[in-house]
Design a protein around this ligand. Structure first.
Ligand SMILES: [Zn+2]
Ligand SMILES: [Zn+2]
Length: 343
């Protein structure tokens, strides 16, 4: 089969001809229909992460048809439309038995520790395959499995309740989903903090209250808009110490700040006045859980989570086209997602 692989770190991906994977009793073989091209793939290609398993087929946002099922597979059947949960886990360690597979001791990420979806076929454990409702196109099913799933996990970690107000720092792929999912969960007012004018306009069009952090302090703006109270939940999706601190300072008493963005910077907090006195919480968010995917798929099926056609760009399973998309991603400022399609 054809696969587009990372052969050497720091080099372009290459078209390769590789054997179709052989599946075990608990696996499924999926004929890939769509695979999302993600920011982390650009990082992998650039060598920001270490790899000891090259060559590797990248791609952790995958949807397609079940082509073959192992003897012990019960949750999906031949021909099913499915999307893939990218965390392969043992199912029996202390974390897996509690449904917290992102901490699995033997956890592997698809397209990072094992071959991913930039290929005609992918082998995954059947427990990683989720039936994709007919109403959801493959392209959407694929990209949902990364940023949308993590946005939902962040809202869950922040324990968002109906009617609560939300501030979203950063309106890229995560923010685009987070706004819609917060709505789907019945939240109150949503404030989107951004410095990019086209993103602010997009957020406003989607019903958020857009706050331009390039013209005034975002915490001041949130306080002003909430009569001095602050918001119940904030999501930091940018990955900067400055906005992480703002995500804490904009909270109302009992507010929860969920930090999702990645940074190596440190952040300072005055424990008494900024946290203790208000019983505010800072919550770390990493990846998402298989148990959250049915809700996510249901929101997409019912139209509460949408990706308008303009938000998705399509390329072929071809190294040149994929490398060009990865180049564009490195300095992309829009939230248009590129998806490899094969139909
Ligand atoms: Zn991704
Ligand atoms: Zn485990």
């Amino acid at each position: 089969m054809r696969a587009v692989q990372l052969i050497q770190i720091g080099k372009l991906l290459e078209n390769e001809d590789v054997p179709i994977p052989e599946i075990g009793a608990h696996d499924v073989l999926i004929r890939v229909a769509a695979a999302g091209i993600c920011h982390s793939d650009a990082h992998y290609r650039a060598g920001i992460s270490n790899f000891d398993n090259l060559p590797l087929t990248l791609g952790h946002e995958v949807a397609g048809h079940v082509e073959e099922v192992g003897a012990n597979v019960r949750n999906v059947a031949l021909g099913d439309r499915v999307c893939v949960h990218y965390l392969v886990h043992c199912g029996s360690c202390e974390f897996c038995v509690r449904g917290l597979e992102q901490f699995c001791r033997e956890g592997q990420m698809i397209g990072r520790h094992r071959d991913g979806g930039y290929a005609e076929f992918i082998k995954v454990p059947a427990q990683n395959a989720f039936v994709l409702p007919n109403q959801i196109p493959f392209e959407v099913g694929a990209v949902m499995m990364c940023s949308s799933a993590t946005a939902l996990h962040a809202l869950n970690k922040a324990r968002i309740k109906p009617g609560e107000s939300v501030a979203i720092f950063g309106f890229g792929g995560l923010g685009f989903s987070a706004l819609q999912l917060a709505r789907a969960r019945g939240c109150g007012d949503v404030y989107v903090v951004e410095i990019n004018s086209s993103k602010l306009a997009a957020a406003e069009k989607m019903g958020a209250i857009a706050l331009d952090a390039s013209v005034a302090d975002s915490v001041e703006q949130i306080k002003q808009a909430t009569a001095g109270k602050g918001v119940d939940v904030s999501l930091e999706l940018i990955g900067s110490a400055k906005t992480m601190r703002e995500a804490v300072l904009c909270l109302a008493p009992l507010g929860r700040a969920a930090l999702v963005g990645l940074t190596a910077e440190s952040m300072s907090i005055f424990p008494y006045s900024e946290l203790i006195n208000r019983e505010a919480e800072i919550i770390g968010v990493s990846d998402h859980l298989a148990s959250e995917l049915p809700t996510l798929l249901d929101f997409a099926r019912s139209g509460k989570l949408r990706f308008p056609p303009k938000a998705l760009r399509v390329v072929n399973l071809d190294a040149d086209q994929i490398n060009a998309a990865l180049d564009a991603l490195q300095d992309s400022i829009d939230h248009v997602r590129t998806v490899i399609t094969q139909k």
